[in-house]
Structures are given as structure tokens and as C-alpha cells.
Design a protein around this ligand. Structure first.
Ligand code: DNO
Length: 362
């Protein structure tokens, strides 16, 4: 297992590489090239320059989060082949840059959604929160506006400005598409990119839908044990795997996270873990919370233990943290609470690991 932190390059992050280097137990970062328009090839020179910068700071660049997928691929339009070819070329460049794991998502129109990016908690911190009625009462453009207004000037991953203008018409488009066709488009994409990923030694790790239920009637397909099984069977290669995000999948109370982890990590199909806690505020409402079990509704010990017992050897990152101690950062991605979360997760891991090996435990 390797512990990493998400980091945004080219000055679009309040957190610096030297700061990340000082978090005990963190070996590298998950990063991206935010300036490349969705669908275009990621240039090998830019990747090489970024790798050099990260390596010189004493950290590894083995994970990318994310190379977003052009909407034409999800829609199955004839133009998809050009974008898929670009994706294949990007994978080759990522391989040359030493990337081992690529996190991406196949959510239509929008990535994650929240109703508030600075919801106050009783301890004086703020967190991302989700109130289903508020989200569904807004149209996507209003959600985007409201999220951007609380983003403190940082870009919001997955809410790139170029996607926003087409949102309303894209939502209309998907109304006429069956779930079956959506799966077919996913398989078409996977069958084209998985062989290149295999050849370049990259594990693909799809991120679950966040929240894990349909919004605006859009198809949502990576949200529970059944549809994840279906997804993995679309292309049986080990390189076709998952980012197991406990906060996303955990938002649906029906999802038994430890069981899910044991099944999919046990099959060697989880390559990346996003570990965070949430507090249920209703059937489909939640606040994000500090990582500690007692701060939220998820049992973090059971989660980390399920990863450990499954022989998980991929990457883990603490996921969104609270905004604490007066920090001003991209919502969810400050330094302080993610550093606290990292140490807590590493502490759980060490205790479980030593307990599991006779003679080294308590
Ligand atoms: C939100 C993140 C997502 C994730 C993408 C992967 O904070 O978890 O934006 O990076 O879904 O493509």
C-alpha cells in the first residue's frame, strides 16, 4: 500500500509539494494536467516536466486523477473514435512518465455534486455537504454557479468551465438514451483503452458516481455491488479496475462497504482507495466529516481492515477534509485536515498490520 495526497499543479493549489513531503508516510501525489481540454492528448513534455518537479520535491508521481472522458464517448457519437484514439495516446504518454494508476470517471454531464462547499460543523470547521432537495431544485448551471462561488478562486475538478455551457443540452440528450446503451458505450471505450493500459503497465481505476443515485434523470452506473460487478465483467482484465471511494459509495446506506471492499479488492480489482468519512443527515442527505470513525457514520476501522485483509497493494489517499485552523484552500483539499486523516489511516493500518502478524502485534 502506498499513501499519497491529491495535488493540483501549476499554482492551482494552496498546498505545496514541500508541505506534502513533510507529512509522515506520504510517498507521492495524485495529480493532473488541468489545462488540457477534455478529449485532447496530454503532451509528453508537460508530463515529463511535472514528473521532474514532483520527483525533485522528494515525491513520486505514479497516479493521475483524472483524465476526463469526452462527452461524445459517453454519448456514443461517431466522433468518439477520435477522442478514444486521443485517450489511447494519452495512456502511452502516461506510461512513459511512469504512471501506474489512472483514476477517471464515466459520469454523464457532471462529476460530483454538493449543495454546499462550506457547511459549518459544531467544531467551527466547514465541510462539503449534500442536501438532495436543494440540489434537485437547482438546475445544473445554478449548482455550478453556487459551487464556483464557494471555491475560493480555485478550479473545481470535474466542473471545468468548458463543460458548463453544454450541461442543459447534454441532460436533454441523455433522456433519450437507455441504460443499456450507456453500458454499451462504456464497454466500447474499455475494449479500446484497456489493451493499451495493459501494455503500458497502467491500472485503470474508475471512480464511483457521487452521489451514488441518479440526478436529473442521468444514468448513474457505478454505485453499488451489482453494477460494479457488471462493470468489471464488461472487460475482465485486471487493468480494468476501481477507485473505491468510501465517501461516494458510503452515501448509500445500503452499501456494505467492508463487504464491497473484500469482494473487489480481494479480486485484485481495486487499484486506488479514496478514504473519507461522512455523517448521514437523512436517507439521501449527508455532511462530510473528519476521518475518525467517531466523527461520522462510517466505521473506518472496518474499512481499513477490509483493505488490509484483502491484501490491498494499491494507492490510498485521504479524501476530502474539513477546512480547519483558518486555512484558505480549495474546498475539501486543504492541507491540515487531510494530513490529520493521513496519520489516522496510517495508524489504523499499522495496528491492523502488526496485529495480523504473530509476534509483531500486541
Ligand atoms: C472529487 C473527486 C472526483 C474524482 C473524479 C475522478 O473530489 O473525488 O472529482 O476525482 O470523479 O474522475
Amino acid at each position: 500500500m502506498k499513501m499519497i495526497l491529491r495535488w493540483f499543479p501549476f499554482g492551482d493549489d494552496s498546498v505545496t509539494l514541500p508541505q506534502i513531503r513533510q507529512i509522515p508516510g506520504v510517498s507521492g501525489v495524485a495529480t493532473c494536467l488541468p489545462a488540457v481540454p477534455v478529449g485532447e492528448v496530454w503532451p509528453r513534455e508537460t508530463l515529463a516536466g511535472l514528473k521532474k518537479e514532483i520527483n525533485e520535491a522528494g515525491l513520486e508521481m505514479e497516479v493521475i486523477e483524472s483524465v476526463n472522458i469526452h462527452e461524445d464517448i459517453k454519448k456514443g457519437l461517431p466522433s468518439r473514435d477520435r477522442y478514444i484514439e486521443n485517450y489511447r495516446q494519452t495512456l502511452r504518454h502516461l506510461g512513459e512518465a511512469g504512471i501506474k494508476c489512472l483514476c477517471y470517471n464515466f459520469m454523464p454531464v457532471m462529476d460530483w455534486a454538493r449543495s454546499d462547499l462550506a457547511h459549518p460543523l459544531p467544531d467551527g470547521s466547514t465541510v462539503l455537504s449534500y442536501r438532495h432537495d436543494q440540489v434537485t431544485q437547482m438546475n445544473p448551471a445554478r449548482i455550478a454557479e453556487s459551487m464556483a462561488s464557494k471555491a475560493r478562486g480555485y478550479s473545481l475538478p470535474g466542473w471545468e468551465p468548458e463543460r458548463l455551457s453544454a450541461m442543459a443540452s447534454d441532460i436533454e440528450f441523455y433522456k433519450s438514451m437507455s441504460r443499456d446503451d450507456y453500458w454499451k458505450n462504456m464497454k466500447y471505450f474499455l475494449d479500446a483503452v484497456v489493451p493499451v493500459a495493459e501494455e503500458r503497465g497502467i491500472n485503470l481505476a474508475i471512480h464511483p458516481d457521487d452521489p451514488p443515485w441518479p440526478l436529473f434523470d442521468l444514468p448513474k452506473v457505478i454505485s453499488n455491488v451489482e453494477n460494479i460487478r457488471t462493470f468489471l465483467d464488461l472487460n475482465p482484465s485486471r487493468a480494468n479496475g476501481l477507485t473505491l471511494c468510501t465517501g461516494s459509495l458510503g452515501a448509500n446506506r445500503q452499501n456494505d462497504l467492508p463487504a464491497l471492499i473484500r469482494e473487489f479488492a480481494g479480486r485484485g480489482r481495486v487499484h486506488f482507495a479514496h478514504i473519507r468519512n461522512i455523517t448521514y443527515r437523512g436517507e439521501v442527505d449527508f455532511d462530510e466529516s473528519a476521518h475518525l470513525s467517531e466523527c461520522g457514520s462510517l466505521d473506518m476501522y472496518a474499512i481499513v481492515r477490509a483493505f488490509h485483509d484483502s491484501g490491498f497493494s494499491g494507492y490510498i489517499r485521504p479524501d476530502h477534509g474539513r477546512m480547519i485552523w483558518g486555512e484558505r484552500a480549495r474546498p475539501g483539499y486543504g492541507l491540515y485536515d487531510r494530513a490529520l486523516g493521513t496519520e489516522y489511516l496510517l495508524g489504523l493500518w499499522e495496528a491492523i498490520d502488526k496485529g495480523a502478524r504473530p509476534g509483531t502485534g500486541v
